[in-house]
Design a binder for this molecule. Structure first.
Ligand code: ADP
Ligand code: MG
Length: 252
């Protein structure tokens, strides 16, 4: 069984077919990349998996079960975390606070259940703090821990955004353009982290990325899209050498 499976998924925005009959599987333990020119439908695919959008046709399976009956707030609880192409952090809060609030998208809490389950909540809280500390160490964020997001350089915010997703200890991590706007050195760090997220943390990664060096370095498999349609799927090398892919890139 694949960890994630999309079958013949289509999504339209009015007359525009943003995602057109797309199917692919992500296997447990792999890094799978979605590539393609701007407007290809990559972020829209993430938004469907996150359940912000519902496909008009097709289905999305996670651990063998359709998630189309799930709401967006339930997705992190299932073990699926994501980052956003445009960083979405609380500007007026510290790095630590941002990593800690990741949990509230994770568990819908209310006063009554917190009263009843206080010992359970405390234990969960403790484990979450532990996970956050681990992420701070893993991503080398110690120096920025108490710093407010609004004062941080772009490259650091980008790392915090990834940390917030990792802090919920997902099984599947969706990274939307993790290297966009980063320097060559910062992109290299991202490549090392993705390797470790896969190998050390055992997390499966689905990413959207433009930097083909990064894609080639870290991905097990790649799917190329253009105008919402699948062009090719295979190893990074197979996809890069695919005539339809070369044409889509040159024509864009
Ligand atoms: P990518 O991430 O591959 O650059 P997107 O998935 O963001 O592409 O967009 C795919 C297409 O859908 C584009 O033509 C884009 O303009 C359109 N689109 C994306 N989101 C919306 C939306 N919320 N409303 C209308 N059109 C949208
Ligand atoms: Mg996008």
């Amino acid at each position: 069984m694949s960890l994630l499976e999309l079958t013949n998924v289509t999504l339209r925005f009015g007359g525009l077919v943003a995602v057109n009959d797309v199917s692919f599987n992500v296997e447990e333990g792999e890094v799978f990349a979605l590539v393609g020119p701007n407007g290809a439908g990559k972020s829209t695919i993430f938004n469907m998996i996150s359940r912000f959008y519902t496909p008009a046709e097709g289905d999305i399976f996670y651990q063998g079960k359709s998630i189309l009956d799930r709401e967006a707030h339930e997705i992190p609880q299932l073990g699926i975390a994501r980052t956003f192409q445009n960083i979405e952090l609380f500007e007026q809060a510290s790095v630590l606070q941002n990593l800690l609030v990741g949990r509230h998208t994770h568990r819908r809490s209310n006063f009554l259940t917190d009263m009843i389950f206080t010992p359970f909540v405390r234990e969960e809280e403790r484990r979450h703090r532990e996970a956050v500390e681990h992420v701070i160490e893993f991503l080398d964020l110690q120096a920025y821990r108490e710093k407010m997001i609004s004062g941080l350089p772009y490259g650091v915010r980008k790392v915090v955004e990834m940390g917030r997703a990792l802090a919920i200890k997902p099984k599947l991590l969706l990274l939307d353009e993790p290297a966009s706007g980063l320097s060559v050195e910062e992109t290299q760090d991202v490549a090392f982290w993705i390797e470790d997220i896969k190998k050390v943390m055992g997390i499966t990664v689905l990413m959207v990325e433009h930097d083909m060096h990064l894609v080639g370095a870290v991905s097990d498999r790649v799917m190329a899209l253009a105008d919402g349609r699948m062009l090719a799927i295979g190893t990074p090398q197979e996809v890069q050498n695919d005539p339809a892919v070369i044409e889509a890139y040159l024509g864009s």
